[in-house]
Design a protein around this ligand. Structure first.
Ligand SMILES: [Zn+2]
Length: 574
């Protein structure tokens, strides 16, 4: 197959070229027509599927733009209103039609004549959506979409003052790498004190979301929101037990490595106790890594790096840059976090992030870049529904890119010593992210199994789980007030519940692909491209297989991969 980043906006064959979603009355006639149209032949069904797909793509891209514009400027109330208008006035009216269209499809006698191999995951999703649809959940879901965005509004306003200058929390984080320990502690406390200012507001917001989520699950006939959400996310290939097993495997096979990493760090810094403001620090006399200074520089260097991996990868980012689909630098009034938002009709996605000049930002950039490659590769698929791939494989796309790209990080660093330090930090992160994934995931299981809990219980259980996955080498003495609410910094809890174990499953896949890359780079990149181009047209285990991976997150598999990362890490410092 020939891949090209010369991406084209999908030509419209059903909606007028000039059509824009202004309100529901402009959109409704198309849904009416699609639901009334007779499907009296295989050809008619095929044409109908294409038209439905076109409308889905237009609607999805419209909603994405509203969200992108709002998160880029959270202080602009017009942008917020435009997003809310979509969620409150358009989405709720569209949902009953989507359900109608889904039913029309499965009821059609010609559906059986579709290529069952090609349509297996598509039809499975359609049936899943029919099963979960409840009229009563429409207003709740609309309110939840709007409310979840409040997290970004609240967090986007947070800033602290250091040495007389105002910094966003993302920008201030770079002081945690400073060799001056006093400055690090000061900034650590300022960041955490600033978060505490909004702790009640965030707690109330979360409680409100929890109540609604639980109600949605009950309305759909589930015992709890966890079980509902697993179904909604299409987790057909693993269950809650596998997640529990993952938590335990992290304790058994990852925590010993985390402890080793922190012991080494303590020794390197010459400290008696390792405090949370020390983990990102450099020893005296060593300057923190500064791989770039502006967003412009970040994207330029990333394009060079991607070009060396495969010219197509660099072309994708170049194209996004030309189209203005990048907003990279941190600034006040921007929502926190980073994302790659696929744009279903245009094809070239949008990358949003909060870069401040750190190595972490390079990791985020190549991570989101990996998601972007996935969007480009799956854009050629015939139906919009074919491009809806499982989140677990989406994170394999991004997390593999973090590891692949490391071999070409020279572009970000002037000398061999800095490059080695950067790779060390990256590999340490590959390991230390696992306990945080387990913490967030285990906490969510408890939250939604016990929806009636009080705020005191929530804080107590959070700290208990946090303790299970915190290295004893780290000294948190006297910082309890910060720890009780530290879950509030995790955007996913508010915006995308239960989207977190994915990172663990995907990191294992990414390490597997990186193992392949070490042996045969061309073959590994080939497998990567091969799997991503399938979009969502295969099951998750099949997508892993297409990448030359096994879908497995058993303790034995985790242990084996961790051994490999440890060897690579040791080789760097040898
Ligand atoms: Zn991601």
């Amino acid at each position: 197959m020939n891949y090209s980043a010369a991406i084209k906006k999908l030509p419209r064959k059903y909606l007028p070229e000039s059509f824009e979603i202004l309100d529901w009355p402009t959109l409704e006639p198309y849904f009416k027509e699609l639901s009334a149209r007779p499907l009296d032949s295989t050809q008619a069904l095929h044409k109908w599927l294409l038209d439905v797909s076109e409308v889905e793509a237009v609607v999805s891209e419209d909603a994405c733009w509203r969200q992108i514009r709002m998160t880029c400027d959270t202080e602009n109330t017009q942008l917020e209103e435009s997003f809310n208008f979509f969620m409150m006035e358009i989405q709720p009216k569209l949902q009953p039609y989507s359900d109608l269209l889904n039913r029309k499809l499965v009821d059609s006698p010609f559906t059986k004549e579709l290529d069952q191999d090609k349509f297996f995951t598509y039809l499975r999703n359609v049936r899943k959506n029919i099963d979960l649809f409840r009229e009563a959940n429409i207003p709740l879901q609309a309110e939840m979409s709007v409310e979840a965005q409040q997290f970004g509004m609240i967090a986007g306003k947070m800033s602290v003052e250091v040495n007389g200058r105002e910094y966003t929390l993302q920008q201030a984080a770079k002081f945690l790498e400073d060799p001056d320990r006093g400055l690090r502690e000061e900034v650590y406390r300022k960041i955490n004190d600033r978060r505490l200012v909004d702790k009640n507001e965030l707690n109330d917001l979360f409680t409100s979301l929890l109540v609604k989520r639980n109600q949605v699950a009950v309305n759909a006939g589930f015992n709890n929101y966890r079980d509902f959400r697993f179904a909604e996310l299409g987790r057909f290939d693993y269950d809650k037990e596998a997640c529990y097993q993952f938590h335990e495997a992290v304790k058994l096979h990852v925590m010993p490595l985390v402890n080793q990493i922190y012991e080494m760090k303590k020794k390197k810094l010459g400290l008696d106790t390792l405090r949370p403001w020390d983990v990102e620090a450099e020893p005296a006399g060593v300057q923190p890594l500064r791989p770039f200074s502006t967003g412009e520089e970040l994207v330029k260097k990333t394009i060079t790096c991607f070009n060396e991996l495969r010219p197509f990868f660099g072309d994708c980012l170049q194209k996004m840059k030309e189209m203005g689909h990048l907003d990279l630098e941190s600034r006040k009034g921007k929502a926190p976090g980073g994302y790659n938002c696929p744009l279903a009709e245009s094809g070239a996605p949008f990358i949003f992030m909060n870069a401040a000049g750190q190595l972490d930002d390079v990791t985020t950039m190549v991570h989101e870049g990996g998601h972007a490659i996935h969007s480009f590769l799956s854009h050629e698929l015939e139906l919009n529904g074919f491009k809806e791939y499982p989140t677990e494989i989406a994170e394999v796309a991004s997390m593999s890119m973090e590891l692949f790209s490391m071999n070409h990080w020279q572009v970000f660093f002037d000398n061999a010593d800095e490059l080695t330090r950067a790779k060390e930090q990256q590999l340490e992160r590959v390991i230390t992210i696992f306990p945080w994934i387990a913490t967030i995931d285990k906490f969510q299981h408890w939250i939604y199994e016990n929806p009636q809990h009080t705020e005191e219980e929530r804080a107590a259980v959070w700290v208990k789980i946090l303790d299970e996955f915190t290295s004893p080498v780290l000294d948190f003495g006297g910082l309890d007030q910060y720890r009780d609410y530290s879950w509030q910094r995790q955007l996913h809890l508010f915006e995308v519940p239960f989207y977190y174990i994915e990172y663990g499953i995907a990191q294992l896949g990414a390490i597997g692909l990186w193992q392949q890359y070490k042996q045969d780079p061309d073959k590994a990149i080939g497998n990567y491209v091969n799997a991503l181009s399938l979009g969502g047209t295969r099951t998750l285990p099949e997508l892993f297989q297409a990448a030359g991976l096994v879908f497995d997150f058993s303790p034995a598999h985790i242990s084996g991969l961790m051994g490999f990362v440890k060897e690579e890490l040791d080789a760097l410092s040898a």
